[in-house]
Design a protein around this ligand. Sequence first.
Ligand code: CAA
Length: 386
Amino acid sequence: MIYMFFKLTDEQLMIQTMVREFSRKVVATTAAERDRTKEFPAENFKKMGELGLMGMMVPVEYGGEGTDTISYVLALSEIAYSCASTAVVMSVHNSIVCESVNKYGNEEQKTKYLPQLTSGEFIGAFALTEPHAGSDPVSQSTTAVRDGDEYVINGTKRFITTGKNAGLVIVTAKTDEAKRHKGISAFLVEKGTPGLIVGNIEDKMGLRASDTTDLIFENCRVPAENILSKEGDGFKIAMTALDCGRIGIAAQSVGVSQAALDAAVKYAKGREQFNQKISKFQGLRWMIADMATEIEAARQLMFSAAAMKDRGENYTSQASMAKLFSSEMVNRITGKALQIHGGYGFTKDYPIERFYRDARVFTIYEGTSEIQRVVISNNIFKDKRK
Ligand code: CAA
């Protein structure tokens, strides 16, 4: 168990301030419009690349910012505050794709791909889930067969964040069916590779400006050197990637819940009923106090998982706790904030209905709440001292 009391450093605070300014000036202004049109904010990602937000934890020598995970979650929360669609793309890109290439890539792969990822030229996607393999990725059926200097990939991946707009996809596939999870490998596949086809684009309840697609691999040939690490390491790569990804979803949840709380407070200060501002009613004030307390608890869990990662400790369980608590918390908070808005909350005149819809998937993707409980309890019972 960790005990951690800390103060943010000047550098972390500076990053938070810089991203807050960018997020509220640039990202927020068009978020409602993008929710309506489903337009992918490509221009914003270019700007985010210039600001160093597309490779935050990547070492400087590969074009990244070399920041710690605490700075990253501060930045990601600020982006989520304005636009959850933008935040999920940033999260998968940084937490999963950049992290995996940096951790498992060889020198050539890092030199080739990290500068393109960190500049925002390539946005990353992670293709693990399949139509019949969501919570149980070991039962995936995509295959990769070695043919000379290439692997030939066949299969369909589902619910892939940024599937249409990604420049680089990390895809998992079976290289040896008999070996179960030890027969899964991970490959780097560039956009435009023949046989990589963008299939159905989901029409979603929330996160509408982030594309979620099927990716179909039809005799898709990738150079053998594009394998990440070695044959059989794909499941381990996916699981470690998801550890960091889950911290990202916690940050996304903290950002959206803070936006929902702030919107509720603003509304309550302006709305009058029974001859007084509704913010004067104790019932409402206590609701706001509970909301703020829950957000703070989630923020501390997010920081603790990030700090454990920065210290090089095993943070699997802490990341799952942060993801579980924060994603369920944001659904409670957006529901209460919408309630405070009354009938207006149910209209598109206020952003709260977007926050409510966007948050719904947080308890589902990157491992459902139920899977987080599996991870946390497995870690408790694995601990020999218990
Ligand atoms: N880090 C490193 N290795 C890990 C690990 C981790 N966090 N978790 C498991 N492993 C290793 C284990 O040590 C074990 O290795 P050995 O056999 O060498 O000991 C191996 O992986 C298998 O572990 P399990 O027996 O625990 O595996 P399992 O099949 O029972 O599954 C699970 C475990 C936690 C349920 C896992 O399948 C899981 O996380 N499922 C959910 C998948 C998920 O989150 N999908 C989301 C899709 S991605 C997404 O949503 C992204 C997006 O676009 C937004």
